[in-house]
Design a protein around this ligand. Structure first.
Ligand SMILES: [Zn+2]
Length: 616
């Protein structure tokens, strides 16, 4: 089976397709779209139409068929439509007998009311269509051209943003907006946002870029577009150009959402509007944009061999999400630094707090390797139990740290002449040579070694396969850095006009996470080896009182503990309807900071300068 996600808009102009979907939005207020899939040029005795069970990039079986219904099948001959009986082959596949029939229409409705980057969200205000959750495919015919015609009220919803290519730029004869994909993989990879959202566009490095910002607020799209131009410029510089003619940044700014999903010529980035209302919070959004945009190279094109072509009906197991997501997680913050969104000090701070400190709070890093965590992503990261943190590490988090260490290792062992950038560009050249072929672990490590001249295979495989603590300081010292883990020192600060010192006590850790639920404080997770676990507290227990004082909120709880300091505290709790009492003694929170080693050498300064360089 051949595989390609490359498409240029000009390739679709005035094409015809034997598989076309008409999408109606007249029931959008009920979160429904109606799809009529027309299949022409049938030459077989039967066809099988399949609804995907998952979306590439999001490794979870979602059984999109569950949101589909009202299926009707007709044979079409000229203007005559004759009902056809069909049967289900399995939960997501229907079989249509087609002896003597050359055209079939399969009509169905799809319900979409879940606002994530990987599910449909349809209402009276807008529609976000995630193609694997909307469009069935015909077995054996996924390599053909596919058309989608959107029948929406263009006066009400003037904005349509998608990487699907316009087929009739002047308007389709049926009155809808006709879009196309060279094959089903490209269709599945091209989400559509329709509504009243704001759009900006710019040309850069010979390609067109569109920024689509959907929100209930009026947000600063011009500022955002300017920062996105910087991201495009810096990442294009890293890879030596842009591999597309047009790219669409879809940004959904709605309360309480966060996440992204990468595509070949677009990305969907979901954030809380506060990240755009308050620019001091914008770094989170900019790093997310750096991450999803980087994926157009790493994951969509440079990819593990199992990730394209896809079987949309079942899991695509790969041990290599450390490459797909780990390397991308390392580069997203590094690119935010290269773009100038972070100072050097802020970048080191992000590494300390959001990478090293976070991994230290994951006992599961000592229990499962990142290769296994990747392979089992379908039932671990994407289906994590509240106890998951104790059982496995995220391949994003640990994978990102592994690539930081690898980058410094390469720079050190080449006296600053090579870096991970060279390894990355070698992977990019491998894709360009054989785009239809994915990479194995051996391919990746061989490419890194050839591009850098550094023997790193054994060491890196040991890190990928191991559960031992990583040799942070051995590697970091090359750049004159070490990871300082601060103990329980109180911090002295002045206030007002130097009105004396206030001793701020060190932060305490209970080794749990708690949540406010209807005026009750419930335990949501318990860290292996932490104070809560030692005190015999379990997930879902309710914390009622501390030292005889009632607690009704997590903020009250924090206050009590902070005032009590690090001493034994009596805790009243409820487990499954029965009260119990226990003693808990908090730990101090360890703070992580990357600091300079003593007597930093010229060589260490040089290595750090190579690592933390701004390329343009
Ligand atoms: Zn990612």
């Amino acid at each position: 089976m051949t595989y390609s996600i490359e498409q240029r808009d000009e390739q679709l102009v005035n094409t015809t397709a034997d598989i076309t979907y008409a999408v109606m939005f007249d029931r959008a207020a009920q979160h429904l779209v109606t799809v009529t899939m027309r299949i022409d040029a049938i030459t077989t005795d039967s066809i099988v139409a399949v609804m995907p069970s998952w979306s590439p990039g999001s490794y979870k079986i979602r059984d999109y068929i569950g949101w589909q219904g009202n299926v009707e099948v007709h044979a079409v001959e000229g203007a005559t439509r004759t009902p056809l009986t069909f049967s289900w082959r399995d939960k997501a596949s229907l079989v249509v007998p087609t002896r003597g029939v050359s055209t079939v229409e399969i009509a169905y409705v799809v319900y979409g009311n879940e606002r994530t980057v990987r599910t449909n969200h349809i209402n009276r205000n807008h529609a976000f269509l995630q193609p694997p959750a909307v469009f069935m495919y015909v077995e054996g015919r996924t390599q053909e051209l596919h058309h989608v015609e959107l029948f929406h009220n263009a006066a009400k919803w003037p904005s349509v943003s998608t990487a699907l290519s316009p087929v009739r730029p002047g308007g389709a004869p049926g009155g809808g907006l006709l879009l196309g994909a060279l094959n089903y993989d490209i269709l599945a990879d091209s989400p559509i946002e329709l509504g009243e959202h704001a759009i900006r566009s710019f040309e850069l490095r010979g390609a067109r870029h569109e920024v689509a910002l959907a929100s209930n607020h009026s947000l600063d799209i011009d500022w955002l577009t300017q920062e996105i131009q910087r991201i495009v410029d810096v990442e294009a510089d890293l890879f030596g150009g842009l591999p597309y003619d047009r790219y669409v940044f879809i940004i959904q700014a709605y309360p309480g959402v966060y996440g992204g999903l990468e595509h070949g010529r677009s990305s969907v980035n979901a954030v809380d509007p506060s990240t755009l209302l308050d620019k001091t919070k914008a770094k989170e959004l900019l790093a997310l944009l750096c991450h999803e945009y980087f994926h157009l190279w790493n994951v969509k094109r440079i990819r593990p061999v199992e990730l394209g072509p896809f079987d949309y009906t079942r899991e695509a197991y790969t041990t290599m999400l450390w490459l797909a997501e780990g390397m991308t997680s390392y580069y997203d913050d590094l690119l935010a630094f290269r773009c100038g969104f972070l100072t050097q000090e802020e970048y080191l701070d992000v590494l300390s707090k959001e990478h090293f400190a976070r991994l230290a709070k994951v006992p599961g890093r000592r229990r499962m390797s990142v290769r296994d965590s990747s392979f089992l992503a379908w039932v671990k990261l994407y289906l994590a139990s509240p106890d998951g943190n104790n059982r496995f590490p995220s391949y994003y988090l640990k994978g990102g740290i592994l690539f930081l260490l690898l980058d410094l290792y390469i720079i050190d062992h080449t006296d600053g002449k090579r870096s991970l950038d060279d390894g990355l560009r070698a992977l990019w050249r491998a894709y360009q040579a054989t785009p239809e072929k994915g990479l194995t672990e051996a391919d990746v490590l061989a490419a890194f070694e050839t591009a850098t001249g550094v023997q790193l295979r054994d060491l890196f495989m040991k890190w990928l396969d191991g559960v031992d603590e990583l040799p942070y300081d051995d590697v970091l010292q090359a750049a004159g850095l070490k990871l300082h883990v601060a103990g329980p020192q109180p911090e002295a600060i002045t206030y007002g006009e130097k009105r004396g010192f206030v001793m701020v006590p060190p932060q305490l850790s209970l080794g749990w996470s708690v949540a406010d639920v209807m005026g009750r404080v419930l335990v949501r997770s318990v860290e292996d080896g932490g104070p809560a676990q030692r005190a015999g507290i379990g997930i879902d227990d309710e914390i009622v009182a501390i030292d005889g004082r009632r607690v009704t909120s997590t903020s009250l709880l924090d206050q009590f503990f902070q005032l009590a300091g690090r001493r034994d505290v009596t805790l009243d709790a409820v487990c499954d309807g029965r009260t119990y009492q226990t003693i808990i003694r908090p730990d101090y929170i360890e703070t992580f900071k990357l600091v300079d080693v003593k007597d930093i050498t010229n060589r260490q300064n040089m290595i750090r300068a190579v690592w933390l360089r701004r390329t343009i």
